[in-house]
Design a protein around this ligand. Structure first.
Ligand SMILES: CC(C)(COP(=O)(O)OP(=O)(O)OC[C@H]1O[C@@H](n2cnc3c(N)ncnc32)[C@H](O)[C@@H]1OP(=O)(O)O)[C@@H](O)C(=O)NCCC(=O)NCCS
Length: 173
């Protein structure tokens, strides 16, 4: 299916339908992923792609027909025994609430099954209720809480420590 625009007669409003597909995120994609976070974040993602080459993680990208990533996210197979751990899920801001996050989670679950594992896990910040609602809708249940912390680069380029509390969630596949 090719992208198509449908318009009503005499209208300047239109609906654009664009097919998307899921593949592995590659180092060459990173310059097109600046929407997903700071330069520091993208350096972390780049490191994770090295782990992907070693089979320790999968890192997925949902792409448009022009092969541009509009949603990305990882699955870590070393964070937890017998489970794949979803993390760093992000959807291009202007395309949120259109099902891309759902597609990414379902594709990640398929990768986990393909490894012979039957459980998906993730951690979501307590102050991110929208993401938590999405995971609940997709069948994830909370089973604990855990603090997390990481360094974040502000708009001024300064690095600040971000400390937060996460809800741990899991789903049997
Ligand atoms: C959290 C995140 C990954 C979810 O992705 P998303 O693409 O917005 O998720 P979905 O579209 O699949 O589902 C979310 C919402 O869209 C709605 N939706 C899903 N498909 C839809 C469709 N075809 N048409 C209209 N609405 C739809 C869902 O009902 C849901 O409702 P809500 O907007 O009230 O929450 C995304 O919002 C994001 O990148 N957030 C910032 C980073 C982040 O918080 N990451 C999670 C870290 S744990």
């Amino acid at each position: 299916m090719l992208p198509s625009v449908s318009t009503e007669d005499d209208s300047t409003d239109a609906t654009l339908i664009v097919p998307v597909s899921v593949r592995d995120l590659l180092p060459r994609d990173l310059p097109a992923c600046t929407w997903s976070g700071s330069a520091t974040h993208l350096r972390h993602v780049e490191r994770e792609l090295t782990r992907a080459e070693a089979g320790e993680v999968d890192y997925l990208a949902v792409c448009t027909p022009a092969d541009l990533p509009v949603a990305i996210g990882g699955i870590d197979y070393q964070a937890s025994a017998q489970a794949g751990t979803l993390w760093q899920l992000a959807v291009f801001p202007a395309l949120r609430s259109r099902g891309l996050g759902t597609l990414l989670v379902r594709a990640a679950e398929q990768r986990i099954r393909n490894r012979g594992l039957r459980r998906a896990e993730l951690a979501v910040e307590e102050n991110n209720p929208r993401a938590r609602d999405l995971y609940e809708r997709l069948g994830y249940a909370a089973y604990g809480r855990e603090p997390d912390a990481w360094d974040e680069e502000g708009p001024d380029g300064a690095i600040r420590r971000h400390e937060t509390m996460c809800v741990l969630m899991r789903r049997d596949l």
